[in-house]
Design a protein around this ligand. Structure first.
Ligand code: PMT
Length: 241
């Protein structure tokens, strides 16, 4: 990678899981460790970018030179992402956002009842953070003057266990993204929690030839450098197109 070729650009990255409280002592979450998102933040910072890392609860040190914003729930992550997106050249959604949260967060610890052998939780949908950021920026770039900053180059991740390419392409279109990094999270030793990962990168803009790139299994640190490379390529194609 070329040192310093991202100087002057602000890159916002979401990482880790979100945690959705059920009561004061319990929550819903997932196995994201934050390793992939933190590796992206380190790779972008190494290229000279100004990096904001919006992080769910993880046990990782903040990469050097990175501004970290800690959040817990999807709602908090959305608020932080909205604040950060305005002046970002590139927005990368690597967080594993919980798709649902409890309809009500119990004020006191939920109790077992003596004559019951089960319980039902009512869940409601969480906001789709990356789709809302992509949509808001599209609207802003239509209504603002030509001098206003264009929408960030929007990069999503897709965690799939089957039909990787077709599900990822669907998310790329449906969420109005510019690029998607699809990873097969059913493969042993890759994906959630692992030190290594592999990915298929897809772009929406046909100008980025040939429209897809396969990144083989490697450390998340090296994969992150390749993803940042591809994001910069796509960003430049968008700016010149
Ligand atoms: O953290 P690690 O242990 O290193 O693991 C890395 C990873 C497997 C979590 C990462 O590589 C990854 O795939 N992250 C995305 C996980 C995910 O939730 O994917 P998804 O297919 O459900 O979501 C698609 C995209 O929409 C993602 O960019 C996601 O951040 C975003 N999203 C999803 C739901 C939601 N409510 N809001 C969102 O912004």
């Amino acid at each position: 990678p070329q040192a310093d070729d991202a100087r002057g650009l602000t890159v916002t990255i979401t990482a880790g899981p979100t945690r959705e409280a059920l009561d004061p002592v319990r929550y819903l979450s997932n196995h994201s460790s934050g390793k992939m998102g933190y590796a992206l933040a380190a790779a972008a910072a190494n290229r000279g970018a100004r990096v904001r890392l919006i992080s769910g609860p993880v046990a990782l040190a903040t990469p050097a030179g990175v501004e970290r914003i800690d959040v817990t729930s999807a709602d908090e992550m959305l608020a932080a992402a909205r604040q950060a997106a305005g002046d970002s050249a590139i927005f990368i959604g690597c967080a594993a956002v919980a798709d649902y949260r409890a309809e009500q967060i119990a004020a006191h610890k939920l109790k077992k009842s003596a004559n019951d052998d089960g319980m039902t939780l009512k869940l409601v949908r969480n906001p789709d953070i990356i789709a809302l950021i992509a949509e808001a920026r599209i609207n802003a770039s239509v209504s603002e003057s030509a001098a206003a900053s264009p929408r960030p180059f929007m990069v999503g991740f897709a965690a799939e266990t089957r039909d990787l390419e077709s599900y990822a392409r669907d998310k790329l279109e449906r969420k109005n993204l510019d690029m998607i990094v699809a990873n097969d999270v059913s493969q042993a030793g890759l994906g959630f929690g692992a030190d290594d990962n592999a990915a298929l990168v897809l772009w929406r803009n046909a100008a980025v030839e040939p429209g897809r790139a396969e990144l083989p299994a490697q450390s998340k640190a090296r994969l992150a450098e390749a993803v940042i490379d591809q994001a910069l390529r796509g960003y430049r194609a968008m700016r010149s197109g």
